[in-house]
Write a protein that binds this ligand. Structure first.
Ligand SMILES: NC(=O)c1ccc[n+]([C@@H]2O[C@H](COP(=O)([O-])OP(=O)(O)OC[C@H]3O[C@@H](n4cnc5c(N)ncnc54)[C@H](O)[C@@H]3O)[C@@H](O)[C@H]2O)c1
Length: 326
């Protein structure tokens, strides 16, 4: 298939581009490099250096006839979305509406969207399935849900086959492709960066949650597993309308467990600074992945913590300054 990947220079997008190429698909990237990295783009691949906020350039690119669009491009810092919500509604929602419009105009039959566990907010269930209540608690999550709704309406009306993949906690690295956000807000790179840069303070937020060790429980999914699910989504989903699918391991891991595994992998103890709870941080967020298995035939195979931490640590050691291309 000929596939356009928006945000293909970013963390999850770049790993997905690699997987799509390995599966024999023709890939083109659409990215404005607002948070992406030029060195994460394979040499020779068609690259459209442009923004979703430019409808004319979207129309020109989509006229190149794609069988599928895989849409990662977005801003995704929760704190920033609270401080500057319209930045998120503008880039994420308006940008996605432009993209979906251009894709429909060009007759693209398949669309895969990067959604998030943030659409569920603070659910009070042990394991979250796709029918759980959608109640995001921050602007970032609300933009993801708004895009799902726009996509559902558009796909229902036109017969497009759209999939919203709701990722839980993406992590790990894939060879030379790794996680380099600025600022980095994710737990695993923050632990490892504190080992690389002695001035980097590693904090955790809350150790008094109603969980066995008092720290938050999350569902950590290797970026390679996420990438594989996108390949399956463009190949397997042929149902008109929007199909939402969780991507997680169905296993909860506490912040303390992650720190323990990181200590083993790195060979050094980590002593985080413990701060108070952050608002909007539920005690537990763990996905049911039964629908991913039923619809996509997908199961995580690389998401044990040793593999995740080992791959991430290798990447950070090889890239102590990240991609170093800002
Ligand atoms: N990382 C996670 O744990 C996680 C979890 C749930 C959902 N997601 C979603 O997955 C997607 C990818 O996340 P990531 O961690 O790889 O982020 P990232 O910041 O590494 O990648 C996003 C990419 O999109 C590009 N981009 C942003 N706005 C654009 C625009 N207007 N036009 C063109 N390109 C633009 C950036 O330059 C970057 O290359 C995002 O939509 C994010 O919300 C990520």
């Amino acid at each position: 298939m000929k596939v356009l990947v928006t945000g293909g220079a970013g963390y999850i997008g770049s790993v997905t581009v690699r997987r799509l190429l390995e599966h024999g698909h023709d890939v083109e990237i659409f990215d404005d490099f607002s948070t992406g990295h030029r060195s994460a783009v394979p040499a020779g691949l068609p690259l459209h250096d442009s923004s979703l906020l430019d409808p004319e350039s979207l129309a020109i690119v989509l006229a190149r006839r794609f069988d599928a669009v895989v849409h990662f491009a977005a801003f995704s810092l929760v704190g920033e979305s609270v401080a500057n919500p319209l930045k998120y509604w503008g880039n994420n929602v308006a940008g996605s509406v432009n993209l979906v419009g251009a894709a429909l105009e060009a007759g693209v039959p398949r669309f895969v969207f990067s959604s998030s566990a943030a659409v569920y907010g603070e659910p009070d269930v042990e394991t979250i399935d796709e029918d759980a209540r959608l109640a995001p608690v921050n602007p970032y999550g609300r933009t993801k849900l708004a895009i799902e709704w726009a996509l559902a309406d558009a796909a229902r009306q036109t017969g497009m086959c759209a999939t919203a993949l709701r990722y839980f906690n993406a992590c790990g690295a894939d060879g030379a492709l790794g996680e380099d956000h600025a600022p980095e807000t994710h737990l695993i790179p923050r632990i490892l960066l504190s080992r690389i840069d002695p001035n980097f303070e590693f904090q955790i937020f809350g150790d008094d949650y109603p969980t066995p060790d008092g720290t938050c429980i999350r569902d950590y999914i290797h970026v390679r597993d996420l990438a594989e699910a996108h390949v399956k989504a463009i190949e397997a989903v042929d149902r008109p309308g929007l199909t939402p699918i969780n991507l997680g391991t169905a296993t909860g891991r506490s912040v303390r467990e992650i720190i323990d595994v990181a200590s083993r992998v790195v060979g050094e103890d980590f002593a985080p600074v413990v701060r108070g709870r952050r608002s909007g941080d539920p005690a537990r967020l763990v996905a049911s992945n039964a629908k991913a298995e039923a619809v996509l035939g997908w199961r995580p195979v690389a998401s044990d913590l040793e593999t995740i931490l080992g791959d991430a640590w290798r990447w950070h050691q090889e890239h102590p300054r990240g991609y170093d291309d800002r």
